[in-house]
Design a protein around this ligand. Structure first.
Ligand code: GLN
Length: 291
């Protein structure tokens, strides 16, 4: 069969299995198995696959039919215009998280030597995108999972930003060696009762999605760690999910009564990023631990 034919067949079976973007997915799987660029694929549409190639492609389509995400099958995911290596040790970067990166870049542009922390970095997609777009910034990327940091390390090297990013193993802000100007975090925020609805849940690390009963457990812990970790006048940018804007705003107003808090929806109209600007130093319950 030709490339065109096998791709058409794959599209049909993926569509029948209600997999979104079946045409794009079958193209990505075929390109991966034949190691072709998009242009090369379209130039060779009438070429026949060898039986071995056909078999390999059928194997990948079968994996996709068993719901394994294409990003894990191919080891690639595009985020913020960059190609990231991903595997089951890390959450697959989502397009909506680009809003968080955009906002962080906009904030850091006024401060070209900003020090930024990406908390719960996973694949390193946020930290690397920031490093590539803010060459003067110093970035710390933390994660509690050492195996996720191994993936982040690969992505730092792949994009030539290993010298700009300090990878730190530990809980949230704990491992930061000094206060930073901007804290960025896409922490787990899915409510426990909603976890089963995440269609990649059988494959992605649950630790990267499970945010406890109301989804905000990890965000609360992070906010409590802020005193001593954020410079005066610093910013916090947090990714959140549907219906969490109000609860997180209330929590932030209580913890940081003098801070500006703004919730921005994503393109789908879902509360997605909450931005906090601290105009006065933050104090923890013990004044001696203040900034
Ligand atoms: N947006 C992701 C999802 O719903 C959740 C990511 C996260 O918990 N940080 O699949």
């Amino acid at each position: 069969m030709t490339l065109r034919e096998v791709m058409g067949r794959a599209r049909e079976v993926l569509t029948a299995a209600s997999i979104d973007d079946a045409a794009l997915e079958s193209e990505m799987l075929l390109r991966y198995v034949l190691n072709l660029s998009r242009v090369e694929l379209f130039q060779q549409l009438n070429t026949a696959l060898t039986p071995g190639q056909e078999q390999a492609f059928a194997g990948l389509v079968a994996r996709r039919l068993s719901r394994e995400p294409t990003a894990y099958i191919t080891g690639h995911r595009e985020f913020y215009g960059l190609d990231f290596y991903v595997d089951r040790r890390v959450l697959i970067p989502r397009p909506e998280t680009e809003l968080l990166v955009e906002k962080a870049i906009a904030l850091a542009e006024g401060n070209p030597i900003a020090v930024i922390a990406d908390v719960g970095t996973g694949s390193g997609a946020i930290a690397v995108s920031l490093a590539v777009n803010l060459p003067g910034a110093k970035i710390y990327a933390t994660d509690i999972a050492a195996d996720a940091l191994d993936v982040a390390r690969l992505n730092c090297r792949k994009h030539g930003v290993a010298g700009q990013i300090g990878l730190l193993e530990g809980d949230l802000l704990d491992p930061l060696p000094r206060p930073v100007d901007i804290i960025v975090a896409n922490l787990p925020y899915v409510r426990k009762s909603d976890l089963a609805q995440v269609n990649t849940i059988d494959f992605e690390p649950k630790i990267a999605l499970d945010g406890g009963a109301d989804g905000l457990d990890k965000l609360r812990c992070l906010c409590q760690q802020v005193p001593g970790k954020l410079r005066h006048g610093g910013h916090i940018l947090l990714e959140i999910g549907q219906g969490q804007g109000e609860a997180i705003s209330m929590l932030l107003h209580r913890l940081f009564p003098f801070a500006g808090v703004e919730v921005t929806p994503d393109l789908a109209g879902i509360d997605r990023v909450v931005a906090v600007t601290l105009t006065v130093p933050v104090f923890s319950s013990s004044p001696s631990a203040s900034l």
